[in-house]
Write a protein that binds this ligand. Structure first.
Ligand SMILES: [Zn+2]
Length: 70
């Protein structure tokens, strides 16, 4: 069993304004999903593993194909 590791290296995944309760476990986290949903990376990975075929939590595009949006 290999959990699908998410790649969240883009700075947009880190909210410098502070912690918010994780949408999945409720504990504070500075991390955000692509949809700006507060979530720990490990929680998002677990959720994605439990919900195959969904795109609530996805990895960053490979380097060189990064989307540039504020
Ligand atoms: Zn969490």
């Amino acid at each position: 069993m290999t959990p699908a590791g998410l790649v969240w290296s883009a700075p947009a995944h880190y909210d410098h304004r502070g912690d918010r309760p994780c949408a999945l476990c409720g504990r504070p986290t500075p991390l955000r999903s692509h949809a700006r949903e507060p979530a720990h990376k490990v929680c998002a990975e677990q959720w994605a593993a439990d919900h195959p075929g969904t795109d609530r939590f996805v990895s960053d595009p490979p380097a060189g194909r990064r989307r540039t949006h504020a």
